[in-house]
Design a protein around this ligand. Structure first.
Ligand code: ASP
Length: 965
């Protein structure tokens, strides 16, 4: 039988464990399982025995003789198929049973760990383990004896036999406290802020000559600073150094939190003896009872002056005392040695694979933690951090920053070598450091810093890359550099926390979009060319010269043609995070190159795309965003949007809709009224009159004259109704004024914006002023007009064509592949301007964040639109027409503007804030100076002759180049 047990242990590569495994089983058999036979061990329901046992080099460390290769697992991971593996797991102690079993818990579940028979040291430790302690153990996965399976626990068929404790951070509850689930959760959260006795301060750390001394501090129940009248009657366990001795009986003990008086009881001459012989500054641990000081002996100048500790046990700490091994020194590849089940191991069956992988930000790096990660629960841990020097004070304190946050480092005074390195080190230099995490001394915690309760006491400091003394700007919000300078040194600018946040959020959202499309909806991501031929009837494209004389590529304005060709090619569910290029000149929320999430779907229609996009946005909306996405989104036709808001992308977070007052104004006799599309509209701005200064009025009047010449604008403030009427009578007859008053019902302090003239211009002008005035009011602190929600809106039924520049010509409203609205196809030839399209736009808070359409899949209709209406030479799109003739499914699609969407999610005014390396409004890259002139040789190569010689490298410091929107 022993032989078979041994064979079993060998099969599962636990040669070291061979004897131990045997004895364990025998004991269990004796005590609990008289009926168990060895064959039970071979017949447990191992779901995937082949995977575990037949892959001999699953344990490369064992074969090569290295023994420190273990699998790090979570408490919810283990199943029978892992039996025999050496694992490391950590969690909080949830239960302790008969002094031998512990249940460890983490966010993924619970695992039972048990002490082996032949390790009484582990057994003792386990028996005394307070609940809620944070424990890391190494051990082997073993089957639970038959009959001992816990069917309510996913890990209930196995347990981990402890080989060694890797780390123990004692919890404050006694092992016999009953911890309910909800209490457990509360305590787990509270671990972020440990009670003081668990927090080693840097002063204490400086006294710790060896890990054994550190571990004594870690085992105290109170600090000297904790003691007061409320603790009278409590048994305490203190650790500190001797500051003073008196009368051979009294001892003043100091730790990082304060001082306490100790006293030897009258009946304990042994303790008096110890006190007499002890040297000052010696580290001791003390057990005793907190007592009130006798009357008249209170010391009011001492915070603990009302009490003293009557000593029952006093022990001088031996720095050479042997303690449980601590966690290994962090090495450069420690995280690579410890293989993680969740990512690199294939031993999990499909059912047991953890659903959520906890990201390990320090994996594959030289650091053990990031600069934003350390908290109280890491106190006592040796860590290695890498980052940039954010700040340095007195050649002693350093703030180290990386992408995740900042951590305070402290150089111990005696480490002259480190102090010397710190002295004068330029900010933004890159360093690698290692040290011990300590609690900050009392009252030195920084509540504004997530890591503000700890600091890292340095024992190693290495400068990796020294920064220049005078960088163009510092990474501080105070006096922040202007945008042109930030763009020129974008790599520095990226170090600001907001840029870090924005780019990381962008990556997260894109990831989750991909995840939804690929994993939930089976879309295929296809990359399409960016060098293509000119597409007629769309935006202005960038041309790219070639070596063929007079032949040019165009950079795609979008993958529109390719995605339609993919539908014809039976790639029926396509998407792409696509880079697009448009040469459209300076516009505040556009870049010459930008990113779209481009989607196309066969055998679908408008409703299909709308619900796809709504579900996609619900899925990818960042969890941390306080405003959730709520589908279905409201819808509005283009005609309604223009009529009520004066724009095809209305900001629906505030009312102030355009009111039609044509009938009222028509009561007078105005020269404008001869216009065929005469209209009069009003926007009422409630309580907005105080801010309507003559400067603003002049600006709006100017705008009207220059850009909306076929309209008249009358701005009026309602100081009192009578006054407003009087003023208006200077412009209109009293009939008109009375009619307007009835229609508008104005209130004191309102602003009335009245415009009349050509309908197209009146709507656009008032749409512009409605938005501009609310922005202006908000900039003045008048904030009550707009809610903070994310208001999505679908705008439907756009016109298919707009009038072209020449009379009788037409331009497509979007692109020439948009399908006409089926109800209007019959008037396509006779009255193209009345034809609506199957185009749809997605609008968010007044910004167009997406647009798409049902496409023309009938080659005859496509030819008619191109040739007869748009007068585009069909030969330029012959490839597409041919493809449509080859069997084309009905299809529809959309493109979401990623830059704008993310800017809105980041509450950013400019899309440049969510693009790593953006261009200025004029399309310049201030960092490299692009675009730049090319040499005569290059011109010759590409057969280019330039008309004007361009100025050589322009001044890239030109601040006026960037104007914020
Ligand atoms: N290609 C279009 C655009 O970029 C979007 C679409 O119709 O799918 O606006």
């Amino acid at each position: 039988m022993y032989g078979r047990l041994g064979a079993f242990c060998k099969t599962v590569c636990v040669d070291k464990y061979y004897l131990f495994g045997k004895s364990f089983y025998l004991r269990r058999q004796k005590l609990l399982l008289t009926k168990v036979t060895i064959s039970d061990m071979f017949a447990p329901p191992l779901p995937h025995p082949g995977r575990l046992y037949s892959a001999p080099n699953r344990f490369p460390g064992r074969e090569s003789g290295q023994s420190n290769v273990v699998n790090r697992v979570s408490c919810g991971d283990l199943r029978e198929c892992h039996i025999g593996l050496e694992v490391e797991l950590c969690g909080r102690v949830q239960y302790q049973r008969v002094g031998r079993f512990l249940t460890l818990r983490d966010q993924y579940g619970m695992t039972q760990v048990i002490a082996p028979d032949d390790r009484p040291d582990i057994g003792r430790r386990l028996a005394n383990m307070p609940l809620d302690s944070f424990v890391a153990v190494r051990g082997w996965v073993y089957p639970r004896p038959p009959g001992q399976h816990n069917v309510r626990m996913p890990t209930g068929s196995v347990e981990v036999i402890i080989k060694e404790f890797r780390m123990v951070r004692p919890g404050k509850k006694s092992a016999f406290d009953n911890v309910s689930k909800s209490k457990f959760k509360k305590n787990a959260d509270a671990s972020k802020s440990l009670p003081t006795h668990n927090r080693l301060t840097s002063e204490e750390f400086a006294k710790c000559e060896s890990p054994s001394v550190t571990s004594r501090f870690a085992r105290r129940t109170h600090t000297c600073g904790d003691l007061n009248e409320n603790t009278i009657g409590q048994d305490v366990h203190l650790c500190g150094w001797v500051e003073l001795k008196r009368l051979g009986r009294f001892l003043t003990l100091r730790d990082g939190y304060g001082v306490a008086q100790l006293v030897a009881p009258n009946n304990r001459p042994d303790i008096s003896q110890q006190i007499s012989s002890i040297r000052l500054d010696t580290i001791v641990t003390v057990k005793g009872l907190v007592c009130a000081r006798p009357p008249g002996q209170k010391n009011v100048r001492m915070p603990t002056g009302a009490i003293e500790v009557s000593v029952t046990e006093l022990e001088v700490v031996d720095p050479n005392e042997k303690i449980e091994p601590a966690l290994p020194e962090p090495t450069t590849n420690i995280s690579m040695q410890i293989r993680s089940f969740s990512t690199s191991s294939n031993i999990f069956s499909e059912e047991t694979k953890p659903t959520k992988v906890a990201p390990d930000t320090s994996k594959f790096t030289h650091r053990t933690h990031t600069c934003g990660e350390l908290r109280d629960c890491h106190i006592g841990l040796k860590v290695r951090l890498c980052g940039w020097i954010e700040y340095q004070r007195m050649a002693k304190f350093v703030t180290l920053r990386d992408a995740y946050g900042s951590t305070q480092l402290v150089a111990p005074v005696e480490r002259k070598d480190i102090v010397q390195l710190l002295d004068g080190i330029p900010f933004e230099s890159v360093v690698t450091v290692s040290g011990i995490v300590c609690g900050r001394p009392p009252a030195q915690e920084n509540v504004n810093m997530p890591t503000g309760s700890i600091e890292v006491v340095l024992n190693d400091f290495m400068i990796i890359s020294t920064a220049k003394k005078q960088l163009p700007f510092t990474i501080r919000d105070f006096n922040k550099a202007k945008e042109p300078l930030r763009l020129k040194y974008r790599y520095l600018d990226l170090r600001f926390p907001e840029m870090q946040h924005n780019l990381r959020l962008r990556s997260k959202v894109l990831m989750s979009m991909r995840e939804y499309l690929c994993n939930h909806c089976d879309f295929v991501e296809v990359e399409t060319p960016t060098l293509f031929r000119r597409t007629p009837g769309g935006a202005q494209e960038f041309v790219v010269p070639t070596r063929l004389p007079s032949h040019f590529y165009s950079l795609v304005q979008s993958p529109q043609q390719f995605k339609q060709l993919l539908m014809i090619g039976a790639i029926d569910r396509y998407f792409q995070v696509a880079r697009c290029y448009r040469d459209e000149g300076a516009q505040s929320d556009r870049q010459p190159e930008f990113t779209q999430l481009d989607i196309e779907l066969s055998f679908s229609d408008r409703e299909g795309i709308i619900s796809l996009v709504e579900s996609l946005l619900e899925h990818c909306w960042p969890e941390e965003n306080e405003n959730k996405v709520c589908a279905p989104f409201p819808r509005m036709t283009y005609a309604e949007a223009m009529d009520q808001y004066g724009t095809d992308k209305p900001d629906t977070r505030f009312e102030m809709k355009l009111k039609d007052v044509t009938d009222a104004v028509k009561l007078s006799d105005l020269p404008e009224m001869v216009m065929p599309d005469f209209t009069a509209r009003v926007v009422v701005v409630p309580k907005g009159s105080v801010q309507l200064t003559p400067t603003v009025e002049n600006k709006y009047e100017d705008l009207t004259k220059k850009q909306f010449p076929s309209t008249r604008l009358i701005l009026s403030k309602v100081t009192s109704i009578e006054h407003w009427e009087e003023n208006l009578q200077k412009e209109f007859s009293s009939d008109v004024v009375t009619a307007l008053k009835e229609k508008l019902n104005p209130e004191p302090f309102d602003v009335i914006m009245l415009a009349f003239g050509s309908k197209e211009q009146v709507l656009k002008l008032l749409g512009r002023l409605r938005l501009d005035y609310v922005n202006y009011l908000e900039s003045k602190g008048v904030n009550h007009h707009r809610t903070s929600h994310y208001n999505f809106l679908w705008v439907l039924d756009f016109p298919l064509f707009f009038p072209g520049e020449k009379p009788g010509t037409y331009e497509t409203a979007h692109h020439p592949f948009t399908h006409p609205h089926p109800d209007d196809v019959h008037i396509l030839q006779e009255d193209p301007l009345q034809v609506r399209s199957l185009h749809y736009d997605l609008v968010l808070n007044g910004c167009e964040v997406g647009g798409g359409s049902v496409r023309i899949h009938d080659p005859v209709l496509q030819l008619q639109v191109l040739k007869d209406i748009l007068q585009i030479d069909p030969s330029s799109l012959q490839h597409l027409l041919d493809a449509l003739h080859s069997g084309c499914p009905p299809h529809a699609g959309i493109a979401l503007g990623i830059d704008r969407l993310i800017a809105l999610l980041c509450h950013s005014n400019s899309i440049r804030d969510v693009i790593a390396f953006p261009k200025t409004l004029e399309g310049r890259d201030l960092m490299s100076g692009a675009p730049i002139p090319i040499s005569e040789e290059e011109k010759a190569l590409y057969h280019i002759q330039t008309v004007d010689s361009a100025p050589m490298e322009q001044d890239t410091h030109n601040v006026s180049e960037v104007s914020t929107p």
